[in-house]
Design a protein around this ligand. Structure first.
Ligand code: RHJ
Length: 130
């Protein structure tokens, strides 16, 4: 239905806007591309569901998110994976965890401030109807 496609188009525009703002934030530079397998060969043995900001954008463009909640599940993987893979007390790991926590809090603050809960409810109803 046309109205449903209008809702999904508005969802993609909102999710792209959020993701692009994260992409531009210097604190989150390490999260912009997938962790390089060649640089970190052990990574895929530890992290089963890698995620990064560029992959979020590709997923949006491929219509993979029907609700903001579906998007949030993938966005959460980015900081969850970082906390899991870099748990140590050394400066490098602590720095990554600070940025992972900043990413978590920033995404949640944007969603709380800018997502209309009625809009998300309509997205969920469109998703259930399919
Ligand atoms: O988790 C990540 C990225 C940072 C947030 C995503 N990496 C895993 C490696 C561990 C740590 C130090 C370097 O070995 C560097 O290659 C990585 C990249 O950071």
């Amino acid at each position: 239905e046309e109205q449903e496609e209008d809702i999904l188009r508005e969802l993609r525009l909102f999710l792209r806007n959020v993701t692009e703002r994260l992409f531009l934030d210097p604190r989150f530079k390490a999260f912009t591309e997938p962790v390089d397998e060649d640089e970190v060969p052990a990574y895929s043995a530890v992290i089963k569901r890698p995620m990064d900001l560029s992959t979020l954008l590709t997923n949006i463009d491929e219509h993979r998110y029907g609700t903001v909640g579906d998007f949030m599940a993938d966005a959460d993987l980015i900081w969850q994976n970082a906390l899991e893979y870099s748990p140590d007390g050394d400066a490098t790991d602590r720095n990554i965890r600070h940025r992972a926590c900043a990413l978590k809090d920033t995404v949640r603050a944007i969603i709380r401030d800018e997502l209309d809960e009625d809009f998300e409810r309509i997205c969920e109803e469109v998703k259930e109807s399919r």
